[in-house]
Design a protein around this ligand. Sequence first.
Ligand code: BGC
Length: 394
Amino acid sequence: MTDLLISPQDQERPTGPFLVPDRLGRAALRALAAHSLEVIQAGQAQSGALIACPTFSVYRYSWLRDGSFCAHALDRIGQPGRSAAFFRWIGRTLAQQEAKVQKALDRYQAGEQLAAADFLNTRYTLDGKEETGDIEWWNFQLDGYGTWVWALGEHLRRSPDEKLREELRPAVELTARYLSAFWQLPNYDCWEENLNDVHPATLAAIYGGLVAAFKLYPDSPVCQAAKKEASAIRRLVKARGLNQGSLVKSFGREDVDASLLGAGVPYGLLPVRGKIMKTTLDRIASELVAPDGGVYRYLKDVYYGGGEWLLLTGWLGWYYAGSGQRGKAHECLQWIARQALPNGDMPEQVAHHLLAPEHRQPWEERWGLSASPLLWSHAMYLILYTTLYGEGHI
Ligand code: BGC
């Protein structure tokens, strides 16, 4: 991206009623869940788009990845109207991208070399447009396109709605054609890094989306073909994405990334309690969990000094709950809750045990404080909260 210098955020952190003790009782956890819902609702535009973070300048867009997890959280707490509005926003947004996708597919088939800008964007303005102006974002990322279809599948499973399903058929088919054609290409990972690598975590999200596409529209030839691609993804990850029995961050690397949890929960690329995921989980738990229980992205992370991410700690808890380790899942929920600011807002990350502390000051001089409230942090809190305490309402 361009070397955009923005003025630092308001350095004052908000005050409020949430004084967080070491161990939170059920009422305090519930209050944070209620606040999380409010934050996500407040971050939804009239259009249905969900902003990544309302106070952090470069996050004032709607990401397919972040928004889909927020929509899933809304589904879990009985707000299907809100999540449907997000999916409809995606449907309208992608309808405007059809010509771009067709052109990329045609050129690719003709053997032409495509540039990153020829692919779909990773985020859109709240009214569903590609951003214009001087920001050049790390746009070629495929995972969010898998994630939204996975989330739509979860939505319609919980809240069957034939009208919505038919309304979104063109957007899902467009996405399925796009992902089926391009999944093997290197693209930015979910942290918007490493353009030249192929990432098993990204492939897992694509897998989840393609399988969901087929389940949603089994009669669609495009979605039938997508299912075959999904099987090919699994084969390739098993052939090239492992090191000593564990998934790796990217093909050819040996380290792990916490986003690999997605290969088990929620995308189901590999069995949650199977050998590969168990080995991967063990590595993530032993290498990427800080002394206080928060989760890093990967060991060499220097962004913001390499902090602990609330959303990843929620993800780890979600995984633990899915593999029958509920005690550990509760610890993850407690840890996230302890990171809430006095007004209940949850930041992207915290700096208690930075991996690369020398990078923090230059980061803060450039960007300000860690983005807060980050809607995706709140979404993962809600997903874990509802996993542990039940879906439906707070
Ligand atoms: C993260 C992405 C995220 C985006 C918006 C970036 O810093 O790396 O994963 O989608 O912020 O929250």
